[in-house]
Design a protein around this ligand. Structure first.
Ligand SMILES: [Mn+2]
Length: 306
């Protein structure tokens, strides 16, 4: 039976490209592996897969009785629903350590770098396996996406060196231009239903027993939201009312101005304001310099929920 290599729910490019890249590596070292996914691929990921000639990994939601290698998360809320009935054989990640646990020993590749694919490149180097051109291409794109073309505070020297090495393998001369092409795809939000945008890159976090959902849309100019911001605000309020979340936050990130407008729907607005030492207006606030959910948004929230 193969090991299924799977990223988080509502998969982003790191989760999809990472699953493909890691499954390839595992197959090369004699461990039969299949890349899978927990949801639809985003337009950005579709752009990457098409550019380098890959199909999306197989959609697979249930893993009971299977062996699983987890990519790009270690949170129960982001893992397959029946992960407790699966055997986790490994985790490759670059987020804070979550609440997944195991009953058997496992392999862990967790590093405080900008992208899981940077860690996967370290795994290729460790096993001395050559990275095929097209896999180097998708890994490079995932790193440019996660690090916002190196602008994110999560970006490290290791990520930059990794992109340079992968660009060499993939034969990509201007990787920054490729990065901008990806963010242009991400910025095409017109005509997409508000709920689809809210959920496009959405993660739930268990904050000391309270569920907090945080979505993020990274674009090259916030004016793309001018006509739909009211709909987005109404939708996060509706999403909160439908479920059991304490708060739903949506980050509208301007990658050129390097900051985010946060839309807030919360049972306790003052608590959210306290996390960021800010004053919101109409449930909105501009957070200058904030690009990273994992490094600049989740930790201060965790602080106020502790
Ligand atoms: Mn990632």
């Amino acid at each position: 039976m193969p090991v299924y290599v799977v990223g988080h729910k509502i998969p982003d490019s790191d989760s999809i490209c990472g699953a493909i890249a890691l499954a390839h590596l595992k197959n090369q070292i004699g461990e039969e592996s299949v890349a899978t996914r927990l949801g639809d691929v985003s337009p950005e990921t579709a752009f990457i897969l098409e550019k380098f000639g890959f199909d999306a990994p197989e959609l697979k939601l249930s893993y009971a009785g299977e062996e699983v290698y987890i990519v790009d998360h270690s949170e129960l809320t982001q893992a397959p629903d029946d992960i407790a009935e699966a055997t986790i054989v490994g985790i490759v990640d670059h987020h804070k350590l979550g609440d997944l646990t195991t009953s058997t020993p496992l392999e862990c590749w967790i590093r405080p770098v900008g992208c899981s694919n940077t860690v996967i490149k370290m795994m290729y180097d460790f096993y001395n396996v050559e990275i095929p051109k097209n896999i180097a291409g998708i890994m490079l794109c995932a790193i440019l996406s996660d690090t916002v073309i190196f602008k994110s505070p999560t970006c490290t020297t290791a990520d930059i060196k990794c992109v340079e090495a992968l660009a060499e393998i993939a034969g990509i001369e201007d990787f920054k231009e490729l990065g901008m092409d990806m963010f242009k795809v991400k910025s095409a939000v017109e005509g997409t239903p508000a709920r689809d945008l809210v959920m496009r890159d959405f993660k739930d976090f268990n904050m000391n027993g309270e569920l907090v959902g945080i979505g993020q849309l990274e674009v090259i100019d916030l004016s793309v939201f001018d006509d739909i911001k009211a709909e987005l605000e109404a939708d996060i309020a509706a999403l909160k009312a439908e479920g059991n979340r304490h708060s739903v936050l949506l980050l509208l990130t301007d990658i050129m101005k390097e900051g985010s407008q946060m839309l807030i729907a919360s049972d306790d607005l003052a608590k959210i304001e306290a996390a960021f030492a800010c004053q919101s207006e109409d449930n909105k606030v501009w957070l200058d310099g904030v690009l990273s959910r994992k490094k600049q948004v989740v930790p201060p929230l965790q602080g106020v929920f502790a």
